[in-house]
Design a protein around this ligand. Structure first.
Ligand code: DGL
Length: 254
């Protein structure tokens, strides 16, 4: 059984990719929507939430946990690895593949405030951004849009524009989606970029979720964790907030 958690429904963008590789697996997804967003919360607060969610997932039978949240990965994954006897898979800011793709030499990163100031992010940037320029912006209001299910339309475009345009104006042709909520806004981001003159052939959005799913599979195989459940696919949805809303979003997004 694989446990997955996020501050809300963003982790479902990671689950979509995992399910492609492990279609017969049993899953438990925990949406911490009563405490969402994590982006501006303190490290201690996020560590506390991550601990109690991990306990719950393990009680329900999770043998491995995917921290499907960049902010929680940056704040808490090293503590989780110290304190719990299972493997944790986290999110990596995809600066390395972005550096390989950019033609302008400028990579834009959209993420939460928590991710952008975390040591984990700063180390990754230092390691892979030697020969490129990295420009960053918080995706202001993005998480709230996705949690409301409002991933397109005029309001979504206005909100996306505010954070995306400064990156485009700095010359970015490749944008790293550094928060698991943001892939649900991919079409709106592309639309806003095109309206701002980005060329559809050379403009790239990078979502690290497929790479995270491949890494999960490798770790499960190395650890001898079954990659298919005898009962086939199952999904248990847990939520600290409104579960009805989560069910509705799950059915519309996944
Ligand atoms: N989905 C999250 C991430 O990947 C957290 C967003 C938030 O709660 O601020 O960073």
């Amino acid at each position: 059984m694989i446990g997955i958690f996020d501050s809300g429904i963003g982790g479902l963008s990671v689950f979509r990719e995992i399910r492609k590789l492990l279609p017969e697996q049993g899953y438990i997804y925990y949406s911490d929507s009563a405490h969402c967003p994590y982006g501006e919360k303190s490290k201690e607060y996020i560590i506390d939430r991550a601990r109690s969610i991990t306990r719950r997932l393990m009680e329900m039978g999770a043998e491995i946990v995917v921290v499907a949240c960049n902010t929680a990965t940056a704040a808490a994954i090293s503590i989780l690895r110290e304190e719990f006897p299972i493997k944790f898979i986290g999110m990596e800011p995809a600066i390395k593949p972005a550096a390989a793709l950019t033609k302008t030499g400028v990579v834009g990163v959209l993420a939460t405030a928590g991710t952008l100031k975390a040591e984990k992010y700063l180390d990754t940037r230092e390691k892979w951004a030697q020969s490129i320029t990295v420009v960053e912006h918080i995706g202001e209001g993005f998480v709230e849009l996705v949690e409301k299910g409002q991933t397109s339309g005029a309001e979504a475009e206005t909100i996306v524009k505010r954070s995306l345009v400064p990156l485009l104006e700095a010359g970015a042709d490749t944008i790293v989606l550094g928060c698991t909520h943001y892939p649900f806004l991919a079409d709106t981001i592309k639309k806003v970029a095109a309206a701002h003159g980005a060329d559809g052939n050379s403009f790239h959005l990078i979502d690290p979720a497929p790479a995270v799913a491949r890494h999960l599979l490798e770790v499960m195989e190395a650890e001898g964790i079954q990659t298919a459940s005898p009962e086939g696919f199952s999904m248990e949805l847990l939520c600290s907030g409104d579960r009805k809303e989560l069910l509705h979003t799950y059915n519309s997004l996944v």
